[in-house]
Design a protein around this ligand. Structure first.
Ligand code: FAD
Ligand code: UQ1
Length: 412
């Protein structure tokens, strides 16, 4: 059986940003990355791909190109964990042992939980930016739309990038306005939650935009079923007088954000907490029961909003603490403060750059201006500069997020 100093589960945003530094520091073939996919996606670009502002190709790279040179890529998925034996079992049945384990397997998208979604996705106006298979259909359907009912949904479960379900609504509305069909179009946003965004500073600005642009927000309504023959969407009403009933609406365009949750193989393992996430300390990122296990990113229990931006800060903390364990130097324990960010694109030339701590609910903005206002500068940054930072620095382990710029610009 093969054995490694560190095994990293998942070669996504989180796994590679950690594995790069570890492989560089610990040397050739001491780090293995278990990752089944041939392709690595920069998913934050999918909002731009779904609105035709970037191409799908710009969001992907061959896994072989982004895998750290000194890491051993094990091209399979992990089926189960044996943390008391320090092993993981692969789908092919093979066992791999480790001294240290980093779990970074992302969130599971539960397409099947919406009745008829798997079979209707990508057809007849039903689409989602949350899949590599359908994101280009979003652009196609927005451009083919001739007016009518446009629905955008957000589930009541945790999801990655909580702003993405509404970003695509702003971009679609702009296109329909420019195409001269806005008058014949009704736009409705359905969220399973009670707020449009968790942090009031940004939610307040978003609500103003929705009002000004006649975007109708419906709270506590959770998509349950699609009826493709009659082109209807059925929602469960989760609160209020109609709680427990359903709401049925016709659609001509339907952008779905499906329910998501902890990956089944993690849920079934001794690593998970009651909700199925990898149960780690929210400051150190070390597992609460198994000392030689760490986790970060979307599959972790870290109680902040799940984004690639959050991972920039998490990966720095994780690497510092894990390398401290391995190299045995008694440096200070690094602590994650819950930093996360959501670039809320509101048009093809403007954006609200939410940056905050999910732990305190307080804004943690990088720049010395009010980021809750729509700006071209933050749009340009998100669309043209951050992708470059991602491919050239973050995946190579050299981007710890914007905290040092925040300090440079004088924030606390
Ligand atoms: P992922 O990047 O999803 O990687 C998980 C990896 O684990 C995958 O490669 C997968 O193949 C692998 N894996 C899964 N199961 C197994 C297994 N059993 N064994 C081994 N490997 C496994 N974030 C932002 O910061 N800003 C944004 O603007 C933004 N917009 C977004 C818009 C959309 C439409 C979407 C979908 C996401 C967006 N995000 C954004 C979120 C961001 O993409 C994720 O938070 C980030 O990719 C999470 O990284 P991760 O490594 O935890 O998971
Ligand atoms: C960021 O660092 C990052 O990761 C590369 C993102 O992922 C897509 C982001 O969306 C954001 C906003 C940041 C933060 C970076 C700056 C410069 C504010």
């Amino acid at each position: 059986p093969s054995s490694y100093k560190v095994v990293v589960v998942g070669g996504g945003s989180a796994g590679l940003s950690v594995a790069s530094t570890l492989a560089e520091t610990l040397g050739n073939k001491s780090v293995a990355v278990v990752e089944p996919s041939d392709v690595h996606y920069y998913q934050p670009l999918w909002t731009f791909v779904g609105s035709g502002l970037k191409t799908f190709d710009e969001s992907k790279m061959a896994m072989s190109e982004v895998m750290p040179e000194k890491a051993q890529w094990i091209k399979d998925s992990v089926a189960s964990f044996n943390p008391t034996k320090n092993t993981v079992v692969l789908a092919n049945g093979e066992s791999i042992s480790y001294d240290y384990l980093v779990v970074a397997a992302g969130i599971q998208v539960n397409w099947g939980k919406i009745k008829n979604l798997p079979e209707t996705l990508g057809k007849n106006g039903v689409t989602s930016n949350y899949s590599a298979q359908s994101v280009q259909k979003t652009d196609e359907f927005i451009k083919a739309f001739k007016g009518g009912n446009a629905l955008f949904t957000m589930p009541s479960t945790p999801i990655k990038c909580a702003g993405a379900p509404q970003k695509i609504m702003y971009l679609a509305e702009e296109q329909w306005r420019k195409a001269g069909i806005r008058d014949q179009t009704k736009i409705n946003y359905f969220t399973g939650l009670g707020k449009i965004f968790a942090i009031d500073k940004y939610a307040n600005e978003l609500l103003k935009i929705c009002k000004a642009r006649n975007l109708n927000i419906n709270y506590f309504t959770d998509l349950a079923e699609i009826r493709p023959d009659s082109k209807e969407a059925v929602f469960n009403v989760l609160a209020g007088d109609a709680k427990g009933s359903t709401l049925t609406l016709p659609y001509d365009f339907l952008h779905v954000t499906p329910p998501m949750g902890a990956p089944d193989f993690i849920k079934a393992s001794p690593l998970s907490n009651a909700d199925g996430w990898v149960d780690v300390n929210k400051e150190t990122l070390r597992h609460n029961k198994f000392d030689n296990v760490y986790a970060l990113g979307d599959c972790s229990s870290l109680p902040t909003s799940k984004t690639a931006a959050a991972i920039t800060a998490q990966s720095a903390v994780l690497k510092s603490n894990l390398l401290g364990d391995i190299l045995g130097d008694n440096k200070e324990v690094a602590k994650y403060d819950g930093y996360t960010s959501c670039p809320l694109v509101t048009g093809s030339d403007k954006l609200i750059l939410a940056e905050f701590s999910g732990y305190t609910g307080q804004p943690q903005e990088t720049f010395p201006f009010d980021q809750s206002k729509e700006r071209f500068s933050t749009y340009f940054l998100t669309k043209e500069i951050i992708p470059d930072i991602y491919w050239k620095s973050m995946l190579k382990g050299n981007w710890d997020g914007p905290a040092k710029y925040r300090k440079l610009f004088g924030a606390a």
